[in-house]
Structure formats: structure tokens, C-alpha cells
Write a protein that binds this ligand. Structure first.
Ligand code: FE2
Ligand code: FE2
Length: 244
């Protein structure tokens, strides 16, 4: 890093315990007991900036999360979805919804990502955008021949051809299809194109600076520090390795 700020917990080895939700039910070892057993004068549990990750600015913006926290494939997926929507002349809300639809997959959590993502962005975007992000998850499983949307071929491979979405997904899709904002969410699924169909020219977040400026309320204190209902979720992405 170019700044001279010292890293926290200097002079001791900083131990990282993976978040429980990512390890339960897997073969990954439960490191909690092992790491706690190692704590002594020379070893502490990590709290604060991790030098293995790019340091976030003190007042992070949405663009900083795109540039410094997201995994490459999800960032590309989001930007390319938004670019396709923009090139098709869709309105700002649709473009922004496409740009943010899988935001939690990039650096927070995949499970129920539409619901998490919607809550994450709700304090900063128009209600319609947060609504569209929430329901895109259920609509993704739900064909609508009237708008040429079919069940994704890829899901047959990813989940098996006998996978049945749970009742809450069916319920939420049915509800969304009757809603006045249905098409805003449906557009997300229509522009939800995977990395192997990527565009020839890479898209940067700068392409959308004007749309973000018009439609995303960047808090003065920075995302994570403005005491909104989702500030803690942004902070978790800033410090994903904090023990508490
Ligand atoms: Fe999604
Ligand atoms: Fe997606």
C-alpha cells in the first residue's frame, strides 16, 4: 500500500477464523478451537485491516467496493449485465439493478443473495431497485414465455435436472410476476449473462459513474460508517476476517 498507516495488532501473528456459515457441513476444518488454543502474547485473533487485502479508504464509496473487494468474475458479471442493459437503452433503475443484482456473491454471501443484496443496498437506492434485486433470485427459476425468458440451461447443469426450487422461491416469483415493478426485476434475469458469454471489451465501473451519481446515495461518512440498517454488512466486506 502507498499509505504509511500501520497495520493493526502490530508485532503479533494475527489468526483468521473463517466465518461459520461458510464452513458448516463441509470438509473444511473447524479452525475456531484450534485458533483460540493458539492465542498467547504472540498470537491474536485478527481484527481490522488485513494486509492480504487492498486497504479500503476511510470513507468508501460503491466504486471502492467494486474495485477493491469484489472477486473478478462477479465484478465482470455485474458490469457486463449493466452494460447490456444500458446499451439496450434501459432506464437508470434497470441499469443500476443489473449492476447490483449479485453484489453479495462478489464479497459477502451467495446463499439467498437476492434477499441479502436487496437489504444491503436498500438505504441507498430507489425502493424499486432494491425490490428488483430481491425478486430476481426467484424470477431466475421461473420461465415467462411472454418475455422470452426460459429456465436457465446452466441451472440444469449446476443443480441437476431434477432440482425443484423451494416453496418460498415459487411463492415470491408468483408475487413478483403480479407486481407493478415486475419488469424491472425481470430485466435483471434477461441481462443475467454468464462469464463465458462475456463482452469483447472489458467494462469498468467508471462507465457507470454518472448513473451511480444520479441513483446511489453515497453516504458522507462512507459506506459502512453511516449507521444505516445495512452499515454492518458493508463493514463485514471491509473487514471480512474480523473474529467479532
Ligand atoms: Fe443472481
Ligand atoms: Fe447474475
Amino acid at each position: 500500500m502507498s499509505d504509511n498507516k500501520p497495520w493493526p495488532q502490530a508485532g503479533r501473528e494475527r489468526l483468521i477464523v473463517p466465518q461459520p456459515v461458510g464452513t458448516y457441513g463441509t470438509d473444511l476444518p473447524d479452525l475456531r478451537a484450534e485458533m483460540l488454543g493458539k492465542v498467547d502474547a504472540a498470537h491474536v485473533l485478527m481484527m481490522g485491516d488485513n494486509p492480504a487485502l487492498p486497504r479500503m479508504p476511510e470513507k468508501p464509496t460503491l466504486q471502492d467496493f467494486f474495485n477493491l473487494r469484489m472477486n473478478e468474475s462477479t465484478r465482470r458479471h455485474l458490469l457486463e449485465s449493466a452494460k447490456r442493459a444500458k446499451d439496450d437503452g434501459r432506464n437508470d433503475k434497470v441499469v443500476l439493478a443489473c449492476m447490483l443484482h449479485d453484489i453479495t456473491n462478489a464479497c459477502l454471501i451467495r446463499t439467498d443473495h437476492g434477499y441479502w443484496g436487496s437489504q444491503l443496498i436498500a438505504p441507498y437506492v430507489d425502493e424499486e431497485v432494491a425490490w428488483a434485486v430481491k425478486y430476481h433470485q426467484a424470477l431466475r427459476y421461473t420461465p415467462d414465455p411472454a418475455v422470452n425468458y426460459e429456465y436457465p440451461e446452466l441451472y440444469l447443469q449446476l443443480f441437476g435436472d431434477d432440482y425443484e426450487p423451494p416453496a418460498y422461491i415459487k411463492r415470491d416469483a408468483e408475487y413478483a410476476m403480479q407486481h407493478k415493478w415486475y419488469m424491472t426485476s425481470r430485466y435483471i434475469t434477461l441481462y443475467d449473462i454468464y462469464f463465458f458469454d462475456e463482452l469483447d471489451t472489458p467494462v469498468g465501473i467508471g462507465e457507470f459513474d454518472d448513473i451511480i451519481a444520479r441513483n446511489f446515495r453515497q453516504p458522507e461518512e462512507g459506506l459502512g460508517f453511516d449507521d444505516s440498517p445495512s452499515s454492518h454488512m458493508w463493514r463485514t466486506m471491509i473487514w471480512p476476517n474480523n473474529f467479532l
